[in-house]
Design a binder for this molecule. Structure first.
Ligand SMILES: Nc1nc2c(c(=O)[nH]1)N[C@H]1C(S)=C(S)[C@@H](COP(=O)(O)OP(=O)(O)OC[C@H]3O[C@@H](n4cnc5c(=O)[nH]c(N)nc54)[C@H](O)[C@@H]3O)O[C@H]1N2
Ligand SMILES: Nc1nc2c(c(=O)[nH]1)N[C@H]1C(S)=C(S)[C@@H](COP(=O)(O)OP(=O)(O)OC[C@H]3O[C@@H](n4cnc5c(=O)[nH]c(N)nc54)[C@H](O)[C@@H]3O)O[C@H]1N2
Ligand code: SF4
Ligand SMILES: [Mo]
Length: 711
């Protein structure tokens, strides 16, 4: 009998681009995944990863029932047994060692599921522990800190208006490979082509001539960690040459004079050495940026995961303000999302927070109720009052994604009890006593709560679940709430009636009705029903100016020179004026189009072809060490060593080497058949947990000193 297929609209949940998909189904089986040309936002764009959604869902290695570790083996158990055991054991650890002995780590995919966002925030609050960690502090934390200090809300992030700008200055981002981040812009390649076609300029600041830099009008090969120096030099020129024109922003901005005074100290000549760029290049950049009809400076992972991440995030926004480019078309703008998390949290007084307490071992600052991932391992392996002895991980793989993964691995092995909620038994979850599996991909309804709020246009779309999950898995929301309730049943977690009532209330409502309420009370007065009537999504048009109404600072004014950042300049000064301390080579990371952090290497479609986990080395550095193409080298840092093949290329600056993160799958007990056959080595077996942005506590991956030698 010929099978009847039908096509449904959906959304890709793998990365921030949120591409519309057209999914062809034969009953419960996904036949094909294509770009949805009727999606008004993504207009048919997809990347090679989209097809892997169903590979993962049907992966023989996927965990499909709760698993309990018995020695080195895992055996299936029922959900009731699993939750009962987890509740008992986690509560017992809290009873024995105090509530703070239970830790939580939330990984990146949390923000790609609205139901997981609700569930994770409920579990997190129900724990009654400060030992909470997430991928935020190996990623965008400095940008959130800048928003908190300058705009008054940690989640109010300025988005580059890429479709209308005439000068796009990208610092430490590679959207052609990453598909854009804190800038949901499906089909970013076409958007950048359009920018250039209308006579605009693309300028990329990056130690590597990346896929994005190769398409740029100008590539500035900065020294790792040199961006704050560069930006100070740029601001210096802008003030000195009378190019500062904040325009309408001036009426509600504090600190302009202070910033002018600060910038005066950093002439291009003074900062050039630390930036690794010539003073004339810095002058030209400042003049071009200030002279553009609409310009936007945009920074991403490379600008955050470095020693001066906080300063960079501040100076990027400051540059946009000083040149009048914040909150205007073609500049850095703010969304008006249908489900407005920022507005909703602000109404409850939750603006985010910083430094209200510090981590036990190293005294690193808290951020919005979390401690830095760079302090994760030490909070687990350092004995004493407050040591973390039990852990819950959700959709995270910190062994491969946080600094000094080897130390973390040893710390996880020493825990009294660990529960991981994940799709796979991987480098992290293999240490768990229990692995609890959730639904994934087309098995759940999708609404981009996080990324609609970070998009370059105001859009909203609800994608229904298309296929049934495997019978042994539960929804992320159910597992997260189930775990929180089990913990409380056994006397663990945060005490008090409010916690119980919140959990029971949320469980009774369910994630759909919570979202529906957010939409109904949101600025556009939508509902799930209105979205269901527009299966390809709704487009409300380009972003519109939102200031000063959208400011949440105490005096409702934009803070251009917060003391927190001003004080941190002292630290930078030491690196400007002293002899530049440089490791033999400085290590940076990279992202590959056919990969997504650590968890997409178990699909043959994405890993076939040449090995991807190679060390990029400049020809001069290769010659100095007698290296030839393909040689396997030993890379060493303070914390560890890895062996990887070299790829000699002048796309990397001399003195810098580059390795992708998310590899290193060949570890005992990892149940990822394909990934283990394409294992590579982990960048984070080299990155150093002691290297942080001392201001924000964010991990400083970029510029890790390493030596490289032939094996
Ligand atoms: N294909 C793919 N897409 C992804 C991901 C993935 O793993 N693969 N991950 C997703 C996630 S979680 C995120 S957060 C986004 C990230 O999105 P992006 O930030 O756009 O991605 P990266 O490739 O990490 O870009 C960082 C760039 O910073 C550069 N860099 C390193 N150190 C420095 C420095 O000191 N200064 C400057 N100026 N540049 C520096 C690096 O060379 C690199 O090109 O991508 C998302 N999308
Ligand atoms: N050196 C270096 N390190 C980095 C970076 C870098 O640029 N350089 N980038 C950093 C960045 S930006 C990030 S965001 C972090 C990411 O850090 P993490 O979030 O810790 O790591 P991921 O690799 O994204 O792991 C995601 C996990 O979630 C699971 N998963 C996927 N989908 C689902 C789901 O729907 N439900 C459940 N329950 N589980 C799911 C996967 O199996 C995997 O185990 O890595 C960081 N680490
Ligand atoms: S760009 Fe991102 S959202 Fe779009 S198809 Fe690829 S992985 Fe999915
Ligand atoms: Mo990220």
């Amino acid at each position: 009998m010929p099978s009847q297929t039908h096509t449904r609209a959906s959304t890709c949940m793998l990365c921030e681009a949120a591409c519309g998909l057209s999914v062809e189904l034969d009953g419960e089986r996904v036949v094909s995944i294509r770009g949805d040309r009727e999606d008004p936002f993504s207009a048919g764009h997809i990347c090679p990863k989209a097809a892997a959604i169903s590979d993962i869902a049907t992966d023989p290695d996927r965990v499909r029932t709760p698993l309990r570790r018995v020695g080195d083996r895992f055996e299936p158990i029922s959900w009731d047994e699993a939750l009962e055991e987890a509740g008992t054991r986690l509560a017992a650890v809290q009873a024995r060692h105090g509530r703070g002995a239970l830790g939580l780590y939330l990984g990146n995919p949390t923000v790609h599921s609205y139901s997981a966002m609700f569930g994770a925030s409920l579990l997190s609050r129900a724990l009654g522990s400060r030992a909470r960690f997430s991928a935020t502090s190996v990623d965008q934390l400095p940008q959130m800190l800048a928003s908190l200090e300058m705009l008054g809300h940690s989640l109010l992030l300025p988005i580059p208006d890429v479709d209308r700008t005439s000068y796009f200055l990208v610092i430490g981002g590679n959207p052609i490979a990453s598909n854009g981040s804190l800038m949901t812009a499906p089909g970013i390649g076409a958007r950048l082509d359009a920018l250039r076609a209308r006579g605009g300029k693309l300028v990329v600041v990056d130690p590597r001539r990346t896929e994005t830099a190769s398409r740029a009008d100008l590539h500035l090969p900065i020294r790792p960690g040199g961006d704050a120096a560069l930006l100070l030099g740029v601001l210096h020129v802008i003030f000195a040459e009378g190019l500062a024109h904040p325009g309408r922003l001036e009426a509600f901005t504090d600190g302009m004079a202070r910033l002018r005074e600060i910038a005066a100290r950093y002439s291009p000549e003074r900062v050039a050495g630390r930036a690794g760029l010539g003073a004339e290049a810095i002058r030209a950049l400042a003049r071009d940026f200030a002279g553009a009809s609409a310009a936007v400076c945009y920074a991403r992972v490379g600008a955050c995961t470095q020693e001066y991440g906080g300063l960079v995030a501040w100076l990027v926004s400051a540059l946009n303000v000083v040149t009048g480019n914040l909150d205007r078309p073609g500049g850095a703008m703010f969304t008006n999302p249908a489900a407005d998390l920022v507005g909703m949290l602000a109404k409850t007084g939750d603006l985010g927070g910083f430094g209200r307490y510090r981590s036990r071992v190293r005294g690193l600052p808290e951020f919005s109720g979390e401690l830095p991932a760079a302090a994760f391992a030490e909070e687990l392996d350092t004995p004493g009052n407050g040591q973390v002895r039990a852990l819950i991980t959700f959709a995270g793989n910190p062994v491969l994604s946080t600094p000094n993964g080897k130390r973390l691995e040893r710390a996880l092995a020493g825990l009294e009890y660990m529960v991981s909620i994940d799709l796979y038994r991987n480098e992290t979850t293999r240490h768990a006593n229990l692995i609890l599996p959730t639904s994934f991909g087309f098995e759940r309804e999708h609404f981009d709560l996080a990324f609609n709020a970070l998009a370059v246009r105001d859009v909203a779309k609800l994608a229904p679940a298309l296929v049934a999950p495997p019978s042994g898995v539960r929804s992320d929301f159910d597992v997260l709430i189930g775990l929180a309730r089990a913990l409380r049943r056994h006397g663990g977690g945060r005490p008090g009636l409010t916690t119980s009532l919140t959990l029971e209330g949320a469980r009774a409502l369910g994630p759909r009705r919570i979202l529906d309420a957010m939409l109904r009370f949101g600025p556009r007065r939508l509902s799930l029903a209105t979205l269901e009537r527009a299966p390809h999504g709704l487009d409300f048009g380009p972003l519109e100016p939102r200031l000063p109404e959208r400011l949440f600072t105490r005096n409702r004014r934009l803070q251009l020179a917060p003391e927190l950042f001003v004080r941190d300049l002292e630290r930078l000064e030491r690196s400007l004026d002293g002899a530049p301390e440089r490791g033999e080579l400085e290590l940076i990371g990279r992202r590959l189009l056919r990969s997504n952090n650590s968890w997409m290497h178990n699909t043959h479609r994405l890993v076939k072809g040449r090995p991807a986990c190679t060390l990029l080395v400049h020809p001069d550095d290769a010659a100095l060490r007698g290296l030839t193409q393909g040689d396997v080298v030993l890379v060493r840092s303070r914390v560890g060593e890895v062996r990887v093949p070299v790829e000699i290329t002048d796309a990397i600056a001399p003195g810098v080497v580059c390795l992708p993160h998310g590899y290193g799958h060949d570890r005992e007990g990892v149940a990822l058949t394909v990934a283990r056959a394409h294992a590579g080595a982990s960048l984070n077996d080299l990155t150093d947990e002691l290297r942080v942005d001392a201001l924000s506590g964010n991990a400083a991956f970029s510029g890790t000193p390493v030596t490289v030698s032939r094996v």
